[in-house]
Design a protein around this ligand. Sequence first.
Ligand code: ADP
Ligand code: MG
Length: 588
Amino acid sequence: MRRFGWVGAAALAVALPWLPFLPPFWITLANYIGIASVVAIGLVVLTGVGGMTSFGQASFMGFGAYTTAILSTQWGISPWLTLPASLAVAGIAAWLIGQVTLRLSGHYLAVGTIAWSVALYYTFANLDFFGRNDGISGIPPLAIGGFRFIDPRATFAVVWIGVLASVLATRNLLDSRAGRAIRALSGGSVAAASFGVNTARARSLAFVHAAVLAGFAGWLYAHMQRSVNPTPFGLNASIEYLLMAVVGGAAHIPGAIIGAALVTVVNDQLQDLLPRLLGQSGNFETIVFGIVLVATLQAAPRGIWPLLARARPRHRDIQPDAPPLPHRALPTPNLTGGEVLDVRGLSKNFGGLAAVSDLGFTLASGEIVGLIGPNGAGKSTTFNLLTGVAEPSGGEIRFLGRSLAGLPARAIARLGIARSFQHVKLVPAMPVIENVAIGAHLRGHAGAIAALLRLDRAEEARLFAESARQLARVGLAEHADRPATELALGQQRIVEIARALALDPVALLLDEPAAGLRHAEKQALATLLRQLRADGVAVLLVEHDMDFVMTLADRLVVMDFGTRLAEGRPHDVRENPAVIEAYLGAPG
Ligand code: ADP
Ligand code: MG
């Protein structure tokens, strides 16, 4: 697309249908494919990237279609002027429905979308305002000057330029700070929230973007069809759009178009063929589609597109000269009482289990504290409490002098606590450098509108220059463009450290960072942590490799069964009989 250019593609959309050998029937079919593509492209963002399944996209198409139908027939408003209204109605409806539905997750969300999809269908079908089952007819065609877009070959240009615009808008959104927030959802909302992503807003944005595209498709449909009725906006249609996205490859924009083409053509052929084969009429194609969906998910769970295009990671150009992001002033290193983190009486119960119980310790800037203890001692739970991922059952956490009580994870991230996870939580398919950029989320500001209009390029350059710097700092610069899952697990842990550093942390909480690393890699990690300490970062380190933690930590806090067993300098802790018994084994 880059070489050919968007203008070239648009020119093709205008000229192509006028080639003499193209039968009009196929041009009409191509127009339906284009409209379906727009809906399916929305599902790429919502379902493929955001991980939310919607059985309600046709309803939003209905909002767009009925809006322009009513405005253009009853109010006589020009279709071009109703376009913003159609988009707005679909978007606002999605925002409102999303406020309620998006609190559900997984299958519950899917069921929720079915519920309002059915409800909206009957609303369209039963209210006089929407013309009941007959719908609204006499919708004017699109027109420019005296030229009316009635010939399918003319409509083709509008539809497919509309597809191009949808592709462009969606690509711009996904390749932005707001888009990364949506993509971060598939790395788990815990990780996203821990780097300041407002996960509720990211989900809502994906939902609204998909709905606005569906509303756009509805607008196109209304003026191409020149009449609307409830049927094309019902649950069956929604299922077909989902099928298109899934069959094509739900996480990829070209997949949406391929899926739309395939399902539309097959649907059309089956509607002719099946009744003839079976000798009776009926919606048999629905049954076939059900089978196709299940078969696709079995044979190619990621859809057709990844089979066609072996994902070649796109190289991201980094602008090292981009003005550096502002850097947080770190508290002066101070080992005699200037704590950044002060934990007192902290506890966490899971049912009857006291995972953390009356735990207290401090962490100062320019200090490395090792938090050690046997498996199940409560170390990771402590991390979750410190970062707002879990809520304490009791006790107090003070960070830079203020209590963290009641703050959500993203607010704590904003204060400067960054972490890595014992069980790696990266976005698997996303390039390493973009995973790191999620860490810098709070250091940028651009929103979705800026992304759509590409007004965010300067800020993006700065965020990525910073991400590249942090990646180079941990020694993984050469892997920047590879999908995170391609790296060895030990390297993925290091990517997590780069992501944490991209937050510009005051305190860095690392959960078993050296697990799975080779000796030389551990040495490099130790050097990095010493450097961070010298820079004034406060480091809390959970680690099972005793040699590693003993040589690195200024102090150790030993946990067992949720409580603090001992605390002190590594040498003293090593001699502590209780510690020896609980954890280190007999002295050797
Ligand atoms: P560590 O990181 O020191 O190995 P954890 O903090 O992961 O220990 O776990 C401490 C204890 O709390 C374990 O017994 C674990 O099974 C339990 N635990 C941790 N998370 C949960 C949870 N979400 N629900 C119930 N129990 C949990
Ligand atoms: Mg753990």
